[in-house]
Write a protein that binds this ligand. Structure first.
Ligand SMILES: CSC[C@H]1O[C@H](OP(=O)(O)O)[C@H](O)[C@@H]1O
Ligand SMILES: Nc1ncnc2[nH]cnc12
Length: 266
C-alpha cells in the first residue's frame, strides 16, 4: 500500500510507530523503514542514524533513504533534527521550524542527477522546505519559532568557536549535520519536507563554562528530555496534513520516474 507521509527521525528518535521493520533495496544500498499508523494516518518511519545511532552524519546514505521513501509513494516528509543554537532567542529545549539551509557539507552524494545515465536536472531550491507543510507545522506548533536558517556542517566533529561565530555572521540561526543533502534529495524525488528542529545546545558556547556548550552527551540527554514533546509535535503535524496534499512540482515526473526505474542493489 502506498504510504503518503514519512517521518525521518534524527538523533534521539529511533522508533515511532508499531510495525515490522522492513529493508528496502535501492540503487544506492538498503534502507530500513517501519510502516505503521500515527494519529489514524498511515506513515512510514525511517531512523536517519539507524536504530542504535550506528551511522554517523557524514556516512548516512541519504540517497538510499530518499529513494526508498519515494518508491513507497511518499509525498510528504516530516523530519526531526537536533540542532545547536547560534542565537539567544532560540534557547536549548526550544523548537523551531527550519525555513532555510546553508550547506557547509562536502563530499556527500547529494543528487540523483549526476549525469551518469545522461539524465541532467537542476532543482530549484530557493525555498528548500515545502511552504504548505511549513504552514501546517506552524499552525500545529504555535510555540515553535516559525522560521530558522540552519547551517549544515560536515561533522562528525562540532564547530570551533571561530566557525560558530562565522556561521552566525553569515546568517545562520541554528547548526546541524544532516539536513543536507536530505531535504534536496527528497525534493528531487517530488517529496515536500517540513523539519522540526530541537535546540539541544548553544554550539561552541558563550564561554568555556557555558553549561549548554555542545557535547554529544548533552545532545542525547536533551533529546531524551524533549522526546515526548517531539513525538507530540510530529503527531500534530501528521494529523493536519490533508489527504490531498500535493508537493510543489520542483522536478518533472519523467525524471523522477527514470530515477525510480534504476536497478536496485541489495
Ligand atoms: C549526536 S550529536 C550530533 C548529531 O545530532 C544531530 O543529528 P540529527 O540531525 O540526525 O538530529 C546532528 O546533525 C548530528 O548528526
Ligand atoms: N552544535 C551542533 N552542531 C552540529 N550539529 C548539532 N546537532 C545538535 N547540536 C549540534
Amino acid at each position: 500500500m502506498a504510504q503518503a507521509t514519512a517521518v525521518i527521525g534524527g538523533t534521539g528518535l529511533y522508533a515511532l510507530v508499531d510495525g515490522e521493520a522492513r529493508t528496502i533495496a535501492t540503487p544506492y544500498g538498503a534502507a530500513s523503514v517501519t510502516a505503521g499508523v500515527l494519529e489514524g494516518r498511515d506513515v512510514v518511519f525511517l531512523a536517519r542514524h539507524g536504530s542504535g545511532h550506528s551511522t554517523p552524519p557524514h556516512r548516512i546514505d541519504a540517497r538510499a533513504n530518499a529513494w526508498a521513501l519515494a518508491s513507497l509513494g511518499v509525498r510528504a516528509l516530516v523530519s526531526t533534527a537536533a540542532v545547536g543554537s547560534l542565537r539567544a532567542e532560540l534557547p536549548p529545549m526550544s523548537f523551531a521550524l527550519a525555513d532555510q539551509l546553508l550547506d557547509r557539507t562536502w563530499g556527500r552524494a547529494d543528487t540523483f542527477f549526476d549525469g551518469d545515465d545522461g539524465l541532467v536536472r537542476h532543482l530549484p531550491f530557493a525555498e528548500p522546505f515545502c511552504p504548505e507543510l511549513r504552514a501546517i507545522a506552524r499552525a500545529a506548533l504555535p510555540d515553535a519559532a516559525p522560521r530558522a536558517t540552519v547551517a549544515v556542517i560536515q561533522g562528525p566533529r562540532f564547530s570551533t568557536a571561530a566557525e560558530s561565530a562565522l556561521l552566525r555572521a553569515q546568517g545562520a540561526d541554528l547548526v546541524n549535520m544532516t539536513l543536507c543533502p536530505e531535504v534536496a534529495l527528497a525534493a528531487e524525488l517530488g517529496i515536500g519536507t517540513a523539519t522540526i528542529c530541537v535546540v539541544t545546545d548553544t554550539d561552541a558556547g558563550t564561554s568555556d563554562e557555558d553549561p549548554d556548550r555542545v557535547t554529544a552527551e548533552l545532545v542525547f540527554r536533551r533529546l531524551d528530555e524533549a522526546r515526548p514533546r517531539l513525538v507530540d509535535a510530529i503527531a500534530r503535524i501528521v494529523a493536519a496534513i490533508p489527504d490531498g496534499y500535493a508537493p510543489r512540482e520542483l522536478m518533472d515526473r519523467t525524471a523522477i520516474d527514470a530515477v525510480l526505474a534504476r536497478p536496485v542493489r541489495a
